[in-house]
Design a binder for this molecule. Structure first.
Ligand code: ADP
Length: 383
């Protein structure tokens, strides 16, 4: 096991800066997810850590040692790719065994016929078989060892690729969107299995994905990236509950956070967030930030699950009513879209006693714990 330190990593392709001064420490044994939109530099950063790509500036350290001069093979990292990268002409067994044979047997010993003449080969092969079978059992592919990759489903191929990475017992696992070739159902299933596997194998891991659900469910900590820069690093709940800026707030969470441009207006002792046809009174503890900073035009952010249906409970003053423009019936709950100023505000977790239809005017309130405010210009959170 090893910790990984990235110091001010820079990478350019031509004039385009792809990774822009990234510094980060991944702790020994930690599972870190790296999430961001396509093209934000996640894979490039991973490939730099693996040694598959050279950075233009900065340093990569593994276990306290600078590894910039080491080739991928010398870095003791195992990479799992979206494309599986299995050898089609080899059986599943031989694919999983390959890294062990390469490491433990000489070139001559690996030759199919000549190799048998070497007496030590038998003992090594026996040990390799036991290790391959153990990894295959862990990933539920033990019954497929004789097949070729072409005879496997996408999910099975990815399990084989994972088994091949695991038998190496590397210091670090690097995952590059390993589930993105799978359909939604299989993806969800593999996500759960990865999570279980994760509890048994405590190897430092970096997992790149553009899927925020994967990032949130798998990561001990999540790194959100945009345009080659880290936007926020934190535990999944930290990132969800305390996004540092509007980008993070909008990227994490589904359905996405609602954003409403409002003016903060003081009326007597109270502060109100107002837009056209929308006004709520801020709870005193949230209003305090505006009294202190005197910021007026802001963006109000609220997650759909915190837009609540019905009369506002006593003690909260965040009630408003709005016309319904969209309804989506999901069975136990429904999602509705209501007009609030210029925004179509989505409310999830709506379970009304009477049916709700488009054009109805419905009573709503915002859960005061779920109110976020962002500076209109910098888009940074106001706390
Ligand atoms: P992500 O993994 O976040 O989708 P990548 O790290 O793959 O993003 O790519 C970041 C940016 O760098 C993209 O705009 C991509 O087109 C560009 N890029 C990646 N690899 C190369 C390359 N070998 N040559 C030129 N541009 C590249």
């Amino acid at each position: 096991m090893a910790d990984i330190e990235l110091h001010a990593i820079e990478k350019r392709y031509g004039d385009t800066r792809v990774v822009n001064g990234v510094s980060l420490t991944i702790r020994d044994g930690e599972f870190l997810t790296l999430v961001g939109p396509s093209g934000c530099g996640k894979s490039t950063l991973l490939r730099i850590i693996a040694g598959l790509e050279a950075q233009d500036g900065g340093e990569v350290r593994v276990g306290g040692t600078c590894v910039d001069d080491r080739r991928p093979k010398e870095r003791d990292v195992a990479m799992v790719f979206q494309s599986y990268a299995l050898y089609p002409h080899l059986s599943v067994f031989d694919n999983i065994a390959l890294p062990l044979r390469t490491r433990r047997l000489s070139f001559a010993e690996r030759l199919p016929l000549l190799g048998r003449a070497f007496p030590r080969r038998r003992g090594i092969e026996r040990a390799i078989r036991a290790e391959v079978e153990q990894a295959a059992a862990m990933l539920d592919v033990a019954h497929l060892l004789h097949r070729k990759p072409g005879q496997l489903s996408g999910g099975q191929r990815q399990r084989v690729a994972l088994a091949r990475a695991m038998v190496r017992h590397p210091a670090v696992f690097l995952f590059d969107e390993p589930l993105s070739n799978l359909d939604a159902k299989l993806r969800a299933q593999m996500r759960v299995e990865l999570k279980r596997l994760r509890e048994r194998v405590e190897t430092t891991s970096i997992y790149v994905t553009h899927d925020q659900v994967e990032a949130m469910t798998l990561g001990d900590r999540v790194v959100v990236m945009k345009d080659g820069c880290i936007q926020q690093v934190g535990t999944p709940l930290d990132i969800y509950n305390r996004p540092k800026n509007r980008f993070v707030a909008s990227f994490i969470g589904a359905p996405a956070m609602n954003f409403l441009p409002v003016d903060i207006v003081q009326k007597g002792d109270f502060f109100h967030a107002e837009a056209q046809d929308f006004s709520i009174r801020l709870p005193p503890q949230r209003a305090a930030i505006f009294a202190r900073t005197n910021r007026r035009p802001v963006t109000l952010g609220v997650r759909p699950e915190q837009v609540c249906f019905g009369p506002c409970p006593a003690g909260h003053e965040t009630a408003f009513s709005a016309p319904v423009e969209v309804t989506e019936q999901l069975g136990a709950e429904m999602v509705i879209g209501v007009r609030a100023g210029d925004t179509l505000m989505m409310a999830s977790r709506i379970a009304p006693e009477a049916p709700i239809a488009v054009h109805d005017h419905v009573p709503l309130w915002l859960d005061p714990r779920g109110l976020h405010f962002f500076d209109r210009e910098s888009e940074e959170a106001i706390n």
